[in-house]
Design a protein around this ligand. Structure first.
Ligand code: AHR
Length: 507
């Protein structure tokens, strides 16, 4: 049996839980839009063609923000193609995913869908094949009240009130050679700064995200962030990070410890951003938008239809089927994001439906939950109030990829308004349970509301449209109050959530 002691104190706070941490991503890719959120003719489709079964699952998932419309797709997208009368919209070749884009779904449809899902948009502009002018045009169409050409077009298209979109991505993965219109760091940094300046002439309060590296392993990682921020530090608010995890050579222990990589990646970008700020003697801090993250089996499902003459509409791409182990990893990655909530103020699990997604759909049929749905939904629902700085002490485990790491990873939140303290935990060891002692000071634990676990068994099991739901959280009956704290046992390779009721103690 491994052991871990976690010490929590509501006076030791990292930051308020950023609600934008529980974002997702809808890209025009595969069946995410067409056949995912939008399927006119589906038995549950509403008058707008939005699937009500998918909308219900999106609400249950607890998503707070959705990034749109890409992704690689945005780097050759003309947003104007997707507005106005649908029968007059042009079909275009999507160079990112070798597909045909019908443009039946565009900005106005997305914003309507978003209203029904009750989430906030993160809008990406194309800085690949396009530039500042088109970004500002899109901003005018979306956010200006009226009386100008593009704002009046929006009104004529049926939306009198401006959308008021606050958060904008200045391009996507502009360092990636696979990107249509990839650039050098300095070229991109100047373009991002110039575009940001122009957008701020319309509204100085927009929140703007510059592209960081496409991933931590990029050969230009580090110098890219430094050079982009050297050009754009004063003009942007956040820098993006993207990371996808998968087991390498069946190395499950390292895979379960993927949050180590996420921790290091966030810490590195924070250090680089702060060093650029320090050189400039700036008091401003650049925040982090981890606006693509997930488990992705990069070679398991096709990422492109076969090249050639055929440009299919919404082909099934990147349709990973997730295991219980993947759900445990997703729970662990959310712990890392929460732990860094003083710097990571927005994040998007990529993606929302069908494409490396927690929600899957059958054409004309059902919508169902993948294993990874559950830790996300529970964390989004119960991580409230402030993130606490958890002191961890106990057994370690050795992984091939990250060396010696804590056997149990954890983070906690404290909601002063309800007196609820929630602890999210992962036992990363594949063959040994962990006995955890949660020590709480500053408040008195008065009861255990709930303790649930995902994993521990059936790590390879995957959900299907007909069930069963292998990663549905099950009650963990081991949690009990012990002295001033709580003790519980975590099965090997598992994610858990412990909800405590607590009362402030008056000294
Ligand atoms: O999410 C799938 C793709 O991964 C996105 O389009 C791109 O930004 C990233 O490389």
């Amino acid at each position: 049996m491994n052991r871990a002691r976690l010490t929590l104190d509501p006076r030791r706070r990292v930051a308020p839980v950023p609600r934008r941490l529980f974002g997702s991503f809808v890209e025009h890719l595969g069946r995410c839009v067409y056949g995912g959120i939008y399927e006119p003719g589906h038995p549950t489709a509403d008058a707008d063609g939005f699937r009500a079964d998918v909308l219900a699952l999106v609400r249950e998932l607890g998503v707070t923000t959705v990034r749109y419309p890409g992704g690689n797709f945005v780097s050759s997208y003309r947003w104007e193609d997707g507005v106005g009368p649908v029968d007059q919209r042009p079909a275009r070749l999507d160079l990112a995913w070798h597909s045909l884009e019908t443009n039946a779904f565009g900005l106005d449809e997305f914003m309507r869908w978003l209203g029904k899902a009750d989430v906030e948009p993160i809008m990406a502009v194309n800085l690949g094949t396009r530039g500042t002018a088109e970004a500002v045009d899109l901003l005018e169409y979306a956010n200006h009240r009226g009386g100008s050409h593009l704002a009046d077009q929006r009104r004529d298209n049926g939306t009198p009130d401006p959308y008021g979109i606050r958060l904008w991505c200045l391009g996507n993965e502009m360092d990636g050679p696979w990107q249509v219109g990839a650039r050098t760091a300095t070229e991109y940094g100047r373009l991002a700064a110039q575009t940001a300046k122009a957008m701020r002439r319309f509204d100085p309060d927009l929140e703007l995200i510059a592209c960081g590296s496409s991933h931590y392993g990029m050969p230009t990682f580090g110098t890219w962030e430094r050079d982009v921020l050297t050009e754009a530090y004063d003009d942007v608010d956040l820098i993006s990070l993207h990371a996808y995890y998968q087991p390498v050579d069946d190395d499950l222990p390292s895979f379960l410890a993927s949050a180590e990589d996420m921790d290091r990646y966030i810490d590195s970008v924070t250090a680089i951003a702060d060093s650029v700020g320090a050189i400039r003697k700036s008091t401003k801090k650049i925040m982090i938008a981890f606006d693509e993250w997930n488990v992705w089996y990069q070679s398991a499902a096709p990422s492109k239809p076969p090249s050639g003459e055929d440009w299919p509409v919404a082909p099934p791409l990147l349709e990973d089927h997730y295991s219980v182990a993947d759900a445990v990893v997703v729970g662990g990655l959310l712990i890392s994001l929460l732990r860094h909530s003083d710097r990571v103020t927005a994040a998007c699990q990529a993606q929302l439906v069908n494409v490396i997604a927690p929600i899957m759909t059958e054409p004309g049929g059902s919508a169902w939950r993948q294993t990874i749905f559950h830790p996300f939904a529970r964390t989004a629902q119960h991580a409230r109030g402030a993130v606490l700085d958890v002191l961890r002490d106990g057994s370690t485990t050795t992984t091939d990829r990250y060396g010696e790491v804590d056997a149990v990873d954890a983070v906690s939140t404290w909601d002063e308004s309800t007196g609820e303290m929630t602890v999210f935990l992962v036992n990363r060891v594949t063959d040994t349970p962990a006995e955890v002692t949660v020590d709480v000071s500053g408040v008195q634990v008065t009861g255990i509301i709930e303790c649930v676990t995902v994993g521990g068994t059936d790590l390879d099991a995957r959900n299907t449209p007909d069930g069963p739901d292998h990663a549905a959280p099950r009650a963990n009956g081991t949690a009990q109050q012990a002295g001033a704290g709580v003790q519980l046992t975590l099965p090997p390779a598992s994610w858990s959530m412990l909800r405590l009721q607590a009362a402030e103690v008056t000294p």
